[in-house]
Design a protein around this ligand. Structure first.
Ligand code: HSE
Length: 429
């Protein structure tokens, strides 16, 4: 059997998991690959007690790994986009294949890195960059290759999903749950990446490119976080038969591609609405396959190592799969819809004085823009309450009309600003 010599850069959670899984399942992995896969060099600033690297050459300067003529393939697990970009660029220039779990690196610099890799005749693979242990890149790139993908929607940030789940199930406070997610090791180094949707946007951009054959365009992704979601909205959504999930959605429309991350009400009867805690799930709707759902751990040492090693096996097998899922010359820029042009239904929470005419004025502001009301809840005022929450579910409308309607509603003197506005998706096939 031939041998593929691997260098690993970074020995954090995913790095140590990769060493452990490669050691534990060495015989099976090599049997599947048809090639011995051997770690020969590890680059890490410090050891990690969770794995044993004594059999390997170890460098404190990770660049020694990409300069080692004995290394055929570099696994980049340091994260970030500055040193990681230099490291991967040098690895490619030195003729080494690269496997990375770095979603930010691919979403921001993937176009250039893949082009350089093609020029140098090596592969840059990134299964572990999206949804940890779920083989979602393979599913979109290969499994549904026969389809025109209509849309995909995913819970692709475990920290955000954990927060929303705990708020709904236990009525816990946002900050309190976030602190727990950090302690569990799921949150990004900068947790605003999780709660403001940046991490999910990195992943969505990658999935959308593979689904629709377009370059990675992170700058075009609309991103809204979950930090403004109130426990009240979680409760009212439930009353209406919905759950609030932080979704990444990519959809092909007549005028272009929707690319957006935001809190979304989805019907509680959908399987994906019942994906709880730190788990991830991606729903892919192909014209031939119909909706297909992929579920699993979106982070964690062994789960992410599983995805990293799958890419190593692919490369060891000599698979000639175009990493973007389309022949490189077919990958083309497509129009990404500004959020104002996107059509969704809406949930509105309006805090208004309890007096005659309030509901009819709000209804008129909506109907004047062709927006019809699908459901409404108005609670009775309690003894000491001046204002009452009015909850409205609308039909689908283009976002610019809703922005306009809400700005009119916010000007009524009986309405307290701001009006809470959350998009609603049916996620029906
Ligand atoms: N911070 C990420 C999450 C880690 O919570 O899903 C995995 O990318």
């Amino acid at each position: 059997m031939n041998t593929l010599k691997v260098g690993i850069c970074g020995l954090g959670t995913v790095g140590s998991g990769t060493v452990n899984v490669l050691q534990r399942n060495a015989a099976t992995i090599s049997a599947r690959a048809g090639v011995n896969i051997e770690i020969v060099h590890v680059g890490a600033r410090r050891d990690n007690p969770l794995c044993d690297i004594t059999p390997y050459k170890v460098s404190r300067d990770i660049f020694e790994v990409v300069r080692d003529p004995n290394v055929d393939l570099v696994i980049e697990l340091i994260g970030g986009t500055t040193i990681a970009k230099d490291l991967v660029t040098e690895a490619i220039n030195n003729g080494k294949h690269v496997v990375t779990a770095n979603k930010a690196l691919i979403a921001l610099y993937g176009n250039d890195l893949l082009a350089l890799a093609a020029e140098k005749g090596v592969t840059v693979a990134f299964e572990a960059a999206v949804a940890g242990g779920i083989p979602i890149i393979k599913a979109v790139r290969e499994g549904v290759a026969a389809n025109e993908i209509k849309w995909l929607a995913g819970i692709i940030n475990g920290t955000g999903n954990f927060i929303l789940t705990e708020m709904r199930e236990k009525g816990r406070d946002f900050a309190d749950v976030l602190a727990e997610a950090q302690a569990l090791g799921y949150a990004e180094a900068d947790p605003t990446f999780d709660v403001e949707g940046i991490d999910a946007a990195h992943k969505l951009v990658i999935l959308a490119s593979l689904a629709f054959g377009m370059p990675f365009r992170f700058e075009k992704c609309f991103t809204e976080g979950i930090s403004n979601i109130d426990a009240l909205d979680v409760k009212f959504a439930e009353e209406l038969g919905y759950r609030i999930k932080h979704l990444g959605i990519a959809r092909r429309c007549e005028n272009g591609i929707e690319l957006r991350v935001h809190p979304t009400l989805i019907p509680e009867k959908r399987l994906i609405a019942n994906v709880n805690g730190v788990m991830n799930a991606v729903l892919v709707n192909g014209d031939a396959s119909g909706p297909t759902l992929y579920y699993g751990a979106g982070a964690g040492a062994d789960a992410t190592a599983s995805a990293v090693i799958a890419d190593v096996v692919d490369i060891a097998r000599g698979n000639q799969i175009p990493m973007m899922g389309f022949a490189p010359e077919e990958v083309s820029k497509q129009r990404i819809l500004p959020i104002e042009e996107v059509q969704t239904a809406f949930y509105l929470r309006i805090s208004a004085e309890d007096k005659p005419g309030v509901l009819s004025e709000i209804a008129t502001a909506l109907s004047a823009r062709g927006i019809s009301i699908e459901a409404i809840i108005q609670k009775e005022a309690q003894d000491d309450e001046v204002r009452v929450p009015i909850i409205i579910l609308t039909n689908r409308t283009v976002e610019s009309k809703m922005i306009d309607a809400v700005s009119t509603i916010e000007q009524f003197d009986f309405v307290q600003r701001p009006v809470v506005r959350v998009r609603v998706e049916s996620l029906a096939g």
